[in-house]
Each structure stands twice: as C-alpha cells, then as structure tokens.
Design a binder for this molecule. Structure first.
Ligand SMILES: *Cc1c(COP(=O)(O)O)cnc(C)c1O
Length: 379
C-alpha cells in the first residue's frame, strides 16, 4: 500500500457490528467477559481500547514499523521511551532539542541516575566521540527547532552501528509524510501527534513507533504499567486528522517555500532559515532524507531587537501568535521570549537564535493572503 492510501486505510476496518465506516469512539472502561478470562481480547481500557488499537495499527503502517504505542501527549510518549533505561545509562542527544524534551531529560530523568550529553550532530560521524560503553540511547530531533537544522539520520545510525543502543528520532517536525526514520536505520520513532498528525490544533496526543517485537512488548508493558494512555476521543481525533495528513503537509510545504522566497526579498529581513534553499548548508541531507522541506520557516531582522520582532508579531492577522505548530492555521512565534526563553541568551546566540528571530508554522491557507499578511506586518 502506498502512503496516501495508508493514511486512509491502514489498520482501519468498518465496524463489524454496524458497518460504520468511521472507527467508533469506544468510550468504555471495561468489557464484559463470558466467563473469567473468556473475552474478545479486551479486558480493561487502560490495557486495550479498540479506537486506540486502530490508531496504533495506522501509525505503525505510516512509519513502516513493527508496532505503535499511543500516549496522552508527546512528552508522555517520550517518558515511556526513557523508561527503557536504567540508572547509570547514558543518552547522547542533539543539542537544540524541543524545550520540553530537554526539561524531561534533565529535570526528571536526571534525578533517576540517567546521564545526558547534548551534542552538536551536524557532522554525524562526530557522534562516535561521545559514545561510551554506558551509552544506551541516541536521541535525534530533525529538523531542529527553531533553527531548522537537519541531522543526517542514516549517517548517525551507521556511525553507531555495532553499539548496544537504541537510536530514537523525534519525527514531530517532519511528520511521517516527509520522513520515515525506521527506513533510515532508527529503532524508535516518537511523535507529538498534537502537531502535524492531529493537524487541527484540537488534541494533545503522543505516539511511539518501534522497529522490533521486543521493543513493542517492552513499550506496551510500560504503557499499561504506567498508564499514561490517551482517551478514545483523542485517538479518534488523531485518526481523523491523519486521513488528510498527505494533503495538509504537501500544501504547507508549498506555502512555506513561497513564503521563504518572499522573506528573502524583504529589505527588513536579515536571515531566512529554510532547508529548501539550495545554498542552505543542510540542503543536500534534507533532500536525501525528506520528501519535501517542511512547513516551518524561521527568519530574523536587520534591526535585531525584541521590540522590532514584537512590532511584527502583534500585527499579523492570519498568522496567530501562539506556541505549537503543524495545524491547518498558520502560527507565528518568538522563540527567544516564548518557547526558548529558559535558555540563557549567550547559549541562544551561539546557535543563531537572535533576539529578533521569528518562527512561522505555515498552514494551508491561500498563500497570497499569508504573504500579504507578512508584507503588511513587515511594512
Ligand atoms: C510539541 C513537541 C513535543 C511535546 O509534545 P506534547 O504533545 O506537547 O507533549 C515533543 N517534541 C517536539 C519536537 C514537539 O514539537
């Protein structure tokens, strides 16, 4: 089955009791047994729920995995993955991670004896310098946020081959439509389904897709034992969102390219960060591992001040000022005062995250309207 067919059909069967074409929302906490242990595969809804199972089958197919396991949020999914580790284990992670991921690693798992190293991985081979016999996990996020750098997933996987560790990719920014890390050698893929998978800014949800039965068994065990499961209504919303994933992401990519081109020509703009530009240092890797260059664009201003950025942030009409990304509606954000405010300014500046840097999550509106909106705000 090809991708655009999978989003609609993989794991989805008409409901056997009614023929309902849409997967029903099984809003139940338990299931009746004919006699003790004699049931239809469902005992208690923390352990199994048919709406969740349909979504897990669908996600597994989208990422070419062995299985998928769903959680109440992206961070709950990440929490389950990190629980594969034991005290004394080390994780090597890319250095410009989603802020919440960094917080979960350092402020929560750091207290349980897991050690984290945050490293720059634009030269994928350099990861070998950071691997010790205690390293049990490599954590990659690509494209990165908000600088939209690209990490070469295949090259990282090849560089660590032979070591007893899992390679995990947070695939939230790309979505399975653009990038499938398991095909490139990763063991585990994580998604904040709150973003492109859900796609309509109406649900918080997380997913893990794994390459092997062994990992599936371990993560289903953690899912049931810890209990951070999503409700059936949320699973339904993600299932429904996924049905148009290919259309939404394709249009977001088309719009993002036109907006990036427009920003380049604007006299107030200093740098435009977009991996689709041929002279972007990450362009070749992006072209190799992604189907298109994504719906995110960042830029900063010649007048590099928070005030100059604020003047634009408060003037856009269709770009709403908000955190999050990946929905049908366009969003605008200011990393240095919003998502990345907890990172010291010197650290931010080192990676190019200037005071005036603005991040766009480009939606699926008419691109002419989006460009006029930015033009007026910059004007
Ligand atoms: C939003 C996000 C998360 C966290 O997901 P939640 O659903 O908000 O818990 C993790 N990684 C990335 C890249 C994200 O954008």
């Amino acid at each position: 089955m090809k991708f655009n067919t999978k989003v609609i059909h993989a794991g989805i069967e008409p409901d056997p009791t009614t023929g309902a074409i849409m997967t029903p929302i099984f809003q139940t906490s338990t299931y009746v047994q004919a006699s003790p242990g004699n049931h239809k595969g469902f005992e208690y809804a923390r352990s199994q729920n048919p709406t969740r199972s349909a979504l897990e089958k669908n996600l597994s197919a989208l990422e070419n995995g062995y299985d998928a396991i769903c959680f109440a949020s992206g961070l709950a999914a990440m929490d389950a993955i990190l629980k594969l580790l034991s005290p004394g284990d080390e994780v090597v992670a890319t250095n410009d991670l989603y802020g919440g991921s960094y917080r979960l690693m350092t402020k929560v798992f750091g207290n349980y004896g897991i050690n984290f190293r945050f490293v720059e991985l634009e030269d994928a081979g350099s990861i070998r310098d950071h691997i010790t016999d205690k390293t049990k996990m490599v954590w990659i996020e690509t494209p990165t946020n908000p600088m939209l750098n690209i990490i070469d997933i295949k090259a990282v996987c090849e560089a660590v081959k032979g070591n007893d560790l899992y390679v995990v990719v947070d695939n939230t920014f790309a979505s399975p439509y653009l990038q499938n890390p398991i095909n490139l050698g990763a063991d585990i893929v994580m998604h904040s389904a709150t973003k492109y998978l859900g796609g309509h800014s109406d649900v918080v949800h997380g997913a893990v897709i794994v390459k092997t039965e062994e990992l599936a068994d371990k993560l289903h065990f953690i899912q049931n034992a810890v209990g951070a499961v999503p409700g059936p209504q949320d699973c339904f919303l993600v299932l429904r969102g996924i049905k148009t994933l290919h259309l939404r992401v394709q249009r977001a990519c088309e719009n993002a390219r036109k907006i990036a081109d427009f920003l380049l020509t604007n006299e107030k703009v200093e740098n435009v960060y977009y991996p689709g530009f041929e002279d972007n240092p990450n362009h070749e890797v992006a072209k190799r591992q992604m189907k298109d260059f994504g719906g995110m664009v960042s830029f900063d201003l010649k007048e590099d001040t928070i005030d100059a950025a604020n003047a634009i942030l408060s003037k856009t009409h269709y770009f709403s000022l908000a955190e999050s990304l990946g929905g049908v509606e366009s969003l605008i954000g200011h990393p240095s005062t919003m998502t990345h405010a907890s990172i010291p300014r010197e650290e931010r500046l080192k990676v190019g995250l200037t005071d005036s840097l603005i991040r766009l999550s480009v939606g699926v509106e008419d691109v002419e309207d989006l460009i006029s909106d930015l033009k007026a705000a910059l004007g």
